[in-house]
Write a new protein. Structure first.
Ligand code: FES
Length: 103
């Protein structure tokens, strides 16, 4: 059964913005795009850049170092979807944001 973990206030993620939260010893980037929150692992699998600082366009975030692109919807590397980052359901209610994490 998945666990919901409160990670941040909703107001801390403005439209078009992102934050990094550390949960279960892992950094997770949360993005708000067109009013929808998306959460994927923050560390780029290429050389470890923080994806939260990347450019978001067409449902993907581009890594700020070498521009690998990852889909916000499922964490897949856009050029090779077999490579996937962790992606987590996000819930926002009563002013707080929760990540749904697997057991
Ligand atoms: S560190 Fe992300 S593409 Fe190189």
């Amino acid at each position: 059964m998945a666990e919901r973990v409160t990670v941040v206030k909703g107001a801390d993620i403005p439209e078009g913005g992102s934050v990094v939260v550390n949960v279960r010893k892992k950094d997770v980037a949360i993005f708000r795009v067109n009013g929808v929150l998306h959460a994927i692992d923050d560390m780029c699998p290429h050389m470890g850049a923080s994806l939260s600082g990347g450019f978001v366009e067409d449902g993907c975030v581009s890594c700020p170092w070498h521009y690998w692109r990852f889909r916000l919807s499922d964490g897949a590397w856009a050029d090779n979807p077999k490579v996937k980052l962790g992606a987590y359901p996000v819930h926002e209610a009563d002013g707080v944001v929760q990540l749904e994490l697997p057991d």
